[in-house]
Design a protein around this ligand. Structure first.
Ligand code: ADP
Length: 453
């Protein structure tokens, strides 16, 4: 039993090794070599700095909803006067219709939204940001080729096509005076969202159902750009989409639980980092560990409660509730076990609850430690790890339900980063939560592009 505890806990030296292997993978990706981290150039070579002013629109399409955004940016640095957002569920038939119809839906909704909020300029084509969180190869800041369909989408006319052009054609059909100026994913949106409110932002991180990170890299380090527009590259910096969810290296911990979980997922063999880190998986990792304790150490008595064998029965919010349980005799843990796994109160002894809480804590801490190790890697890559002569203040912007709703997790991330960077350097690194970052980031980016042209 103790084995599971030792396997899930990561030592400082392991984390340093993971940090270094992450840097190696990242650099391979930047050179365009085979790497578990794609390190995709986003072509976003301009970012907001909080000085943008005016009214801007964006559209953000996720897995089940799409959102229209109208933001009025203040003349006070980094401040927003007003934000309006409208979420619409994507009707079922739009997951399989032709892409043109899907884009028509987005365009008409945005136009209708714009007529109700703020202004819709008749005389000037307003740049808009388009947050489109699907795998794409970017060829310019507002231009990309969609690589593959994910989530529930099965539409013809998307793969191999440019989603920005598709939306632009639909806007033109609607006679909407908008120009799709930026096509980004949610991690770039988080970076841009962070940059607007805090110009020291260099990294944007998603910690929600999935995980990803985007950061500001020097263009001269991105040799994979050569032959694209690398030669003609004018600007010194570019946002890189790490796609770190797929990061893998020999130093990454891989317990029996991780291997078994991976084998049972549709994308087995891929996304090892994400499966140890993100909100989609943490509850399931913990359930499998608790099941092993029940089978091998009779945690709930001689019989293993059958509900414990139900895959995905323990969600990450439930794990968080157990980990943060400060109630007398862990009554809250017993309640979660009863509500989510249907365990009768008689089986939820104080000892059993204590063990379950320890497991949940280890799984969450391991996730935060892994994220901190990779963040330390990115900070090192951009010279913000204290190794350069003058450490500059640096901000990491984070969005996603795991970070937003799980307070203890935020603490684990901070502590691990402090340990990896050393307190003095770490004091210069802020980790801030940016709510609705991908949507807001798309609007801020449209503003930054507008001011630049
Ligand atoms: P998405 O990533 O799906 O776009 P969110 O950023 O809202 O959406 O993240 C949702 C994820 O956040 C959920 O899948 C869940 O794993 C995690 N989450 C939500 N609430 C909590 C909570 N209270 N504690 C821990 N994790 C949570």
């Amino acid at each position: 039993m103790a084995q599971y505890y030792t396997d899930l806990a990561l030592s400082h030296s392991q984390l340093l090794e993971i940090r270094d292997e992450f840097i190696k993978e990242a650099r391979k990706g930047l050179r365009g070599e085979k790497s578990t981290c794609l390190m995709a150039p986003t072509m976003v070579d301009i970012l907001p700095d909080g000085d943008e002013i005016g009214e801007y629109y964006a559209i953000d399409i996720g897995g089940t909803n799409f959102r229209s955004i109208h933001a009025t940016l203040s003349d006070k640095k980094g401040e927003v006067v007003n934000v309006e957002m409208e979420d619409n569920a994507i009707p079922e038939e739009y997951f399989s219709c032709h892409a043109d119809q899907l884009f028509d839906l987005l365009a008409s909704s945005l136009l209708d939204f714009a007529k109700r909020h703020g202004r819709h300029s008749e005389d000037r084509q307003l740049p808009i940001g388009f947050c489109f969180s699907f795998p794409c190869t970017h060829t310019a800041i507002g231009e990309a080729i969609m690589v593959k369909l994910t989530k529930k989408f099965e539409n013809d006319g998307l793969v191999g096509q440019d989603p920005a052009k598709g939306l632009q054609r639909a806007l033109d059909r609607q006679k909407a005076n908008f120009r799709v100026a930026a096509l980004i994913n949610d991690s770039v949106g988080t970076l841009a969202g962070g940059c607007y409110v805090d110009a020291d932002t260099k990294i944007g991180v998603i910690l929600g159902t999935g995980t990803n990170a985007c950061y500001v890299e020097e263009a001269r380090n991105i040799s994979s750009l050569a032959g694209k527009n690398g030669q003609g590259q004018q600007r010194p910096l570019m946002a890189i989409n790490t796609e770190w969810g797929n990061f893998d290296a020999s130093s990454l911990p891989s317990t029996d639980i991780d291997r078994e979980l991976d084998a049972d997922t549709p994308n087995a063999g891929n996304h090892h980092f994400e499966k140890m880190v993100s909100g989609m998986y943490l509850g399931e990792v913990a359930r499998r560990a608790i099941l092993k304790l029940a089978e091998e150490a009779e945690l709930f008595g001689l019989e293993v409660p059958p509900q414990l064998r139900e895959p995905w029965a323990l969600t990450t919010p439930a794990l968080a509730k157990i980990d943060e349980d400060a109630s007398w005799l862990l009554s809250s843990t017993a309640q979660v076990l009863s509500e989510t796994l249907g365990l009768p109160a008689s089986l939820c002894t104080h000892t059993a609850c204590l063990r379950v809480k320890q497991v949940c804590n280890l799984v969450a801490r391991r996730s935060a430690a892994l994220v901190a190790a990779c963040l330390a890697g990115l900070l090192k890559q951009i010279g913000r790890d204290g190794s350069s002569t003058r450490m500059q203040p640096t901000t990491i912007a984070v969005d996603g339900g795991l970070f937003e709703h799980y307070q203890a997790y935020r603490g684990y991330l901070r502590t691990n980063l402090d340990q990896l960077l050393g307190r003095q350097v770490s004091a210069m690194v802020k980790i801030v939560q940016i709510r609705d970052a991908s949507s807001m980031g798309a609007a801020y980016l449209a503003a930054a592009i507008d001011e630049d042209t």
